[in-house]
Ligand binder design. Structure first.
Ligand code: PEP
Ligand code: MN
Length: 337
């Protein structure tokens, strides 16, 4: 990590970048409020020969000891803010991502989209390709679902978050998605991570149920390394001995992630809770611990849902849920959006 002095000129910054690249390193420049920092990633031996500390404009050179580099807070002290159709993600509390677990049909998708849009949600979620535990359950409508999501965005203006399950679908998914979700089960699918590292769309990366915080950050590093640093991390519950919830929502990880990385962090209380009565209390706690946003599932008639019926918030109750969330946000001295 090369910290440039506050008076460093653009030419001096460029000079460091050029010399790093000549030495075979990858150089990433981050312009912070306080200083410009250049992250150099490459073989230590190759860089050791460069007298970086003596270069004009360089203030100091520090090693990043953490295994993740590009996503490390040290490299970019200012939080990353990702823009999705004019909405800013990562700055304070942006709001709610809401929608059905799975796109089931046109009516269900549009009804939910209208309800969450009316309640002020920031984005619409909905699975087209579903990673299901059982191969005998509904696997999603696939490409047809993507068209329904497109229609929902055209009608409501809400940006779309949807999961990419297979690298072969990347073109179809990014044609519709404003944010590409990598599901918990694929958090360490390294080829898929590299694939979304090469797209020009934000990635919502969900923590694997058995993955450590460090493993989540290393997964994000795989995406960033390919050039895409628009990454939103999502805590969605982990497997522990505790069985009273579907998963144990690891809210401590949100506080740790806020220390460790400059990336936005959101929480999905729906999959952790497993039942709707617990979604609001967990969402409240997530906001209090510093989450930048909340992702929840909602369905017009949860009892008919083809997937995750017990945890989806009825669409006609979503407005009330959003109001409750806004109260906690206000309590934290923040505003939604
Ligand atoms: C989802 O959010 O649609 C989902 C499948 O969740 P997870 O990957 O966290 O299980
Ligand atoms: Mn679900």
């Amino acid at each position: 990590m090369i910290v440039m002095g506050s008076g460093a000129t653009a030419d001096q910054i460029e000079h460091v970048v050029v010399r790093l690249r000549e030495a075979g390193a990858d150089a990433r420049v981050s312009h912070g409020r306080e200083a410009t920092v250049i992250g150099a990633i490459g073989e230590r031996e190759a860089l050791a020969g460069l007298p970086l500390e003596g270069f004009p404009g360089v203030e100091r050179v520090l090693p990043i000891l953490k295994p993740y580099k590009l996503v490390a807070r040290e490299l970019s002290p200012d939080p990353t803010v990702i823009e999705v159709r004019g909405r800013k993600i990562g700055d304070s509390f942006f709001g709610l991502i809401a929608g059905p677990c799975t796109v089931e049909n046109r009516e269900q998708t549009l009804e939910t989209a209208r309800a969450v849009a009316a309640a002020g949600a920031t984005m619409l979620r909905g699975g087209a390709f579903k990673p299901r535990t059982s191969p005998y359950t509904f696997q999603g409508l696939g490409l047809d679902a993507l068209e329904l999501l497109r229609e929902a965005r055209e009608e409501t203006g809400l940006p779309i978050v949807t999961e990419l399950l297979d690298p072969r679908h990347v073109e179809d998914v990014i044609d519709v998605a404003d944010v590409v979700q990598i599901g918990a089960r694929n958090m360490q699918n390294f080829l898929l991570l590299a694939e979304v590292g090469r797209i020009d769309k934000p990635v919502l990366l969900k923590r694997g149920p058995s993955a450590s915080v460090e493993e989540l950050l290393m997964a994000a590093e795989y995406v960033a390394k390919e050039g895409n640093e628009q990454i939103i991390l999502c805590e969605r519950g982990i497997k522990t001995f505790e069985s009273s919830l579907r998963y144990t929502l690891d809210l401590g990880s949100v506080a740790v992630l806020k220390e460790e990385t400059h990336l936005p962090v959101i929480v999905d209380p729906s999959h952790a809770a497993g039942r709707r009565a617990l979604v609001l209390p967990l969402a409240r706690a997530a906001i209090a611990v510093g989450a930048n946003g909340i992702m929840v599932e909602s369905h017009p008639r949860p009892e008919e849902a083809l997937c995750d019926a017990a945890q989806q918030i009825p669409a006609d109750e979503f407005g009330e849920f959003a109001r409750e969330v806004a109260e906690v946000v206000a309590l934290m001295g923040k505003q939604v959006g």
